[in-house]
Design a protein around this ligand. Sequence first.
Ligand code: CTP
Length: 220
Amino acid sequence: MRFLITAGPTREPLDPVRYLSNRSSGKMGYAIATAAAEAGHQVVLISGPVNLPAPAGVTIHSIQTAQQMWETTRELLRDEAPDIAILAAAVADYRPKFQHDQKIKKHQDSLTLELERTPDILGSMRQPFNFSGLLVGFAAETENLIANAMDKLQRKHCDLIIANDVSGSDTGFDTDQNEVILCFPDGRAETLPRQSKHDLARNLIQRLTALAFAIDKPSS
Ligand code: CTP
């Protein structure tokens, strides 16, 4: 099968030397890409800036901003026609409205930044991108985990949301372990035991390929 995976943070520039970003390490998305390639699948990975080695057998498209990730995703959906899309990137939801050409100098005592929304890649997958394969999103939440994840699943027409609680310090962002809850369109929520991101990735690839066959979503 063909997989499209997004991973890592995005960086939203403010001036030539500063940007807004987040704590994502990209480990979960890279582990999923590695597991998919090891299982013999064809994998394209759209990656924000991370400090991780390129997984063997995976084609990587490096981007910086949410806008670039959105455009690259649109192009690869058209060119690669993936069967399964897993959007694991921690995309910045807002970016500075104005990008300064020169480094901002500290002339003032305070500085107010005006931010605007970035494009929602997961929310664009069905429309306008017309992706009809198996669509998997992540939900990083600090409260009302399952309710928020189920809401996201409905709004963005996903087949699965992988929800994780990022309120603690030992699972979620920039860690090697993860404890997630799988949220399905029929309202079912299944908690997976805490495990390494590599074990979780292998487990997810097995489940997703089975799910894709079961609901006959593959386009080939
Ligand atoms: N995502 C995306 N593009 C964005 C923001 C998020 O593709 N601009 C994807 C992430 O890769 C992840 C999922 O959406 O799979 C969840 O992101 P999140 O920001 O938690 O969801 P939102 O629906 O934006 O909800 P909120 O920020 O209000 O919690």
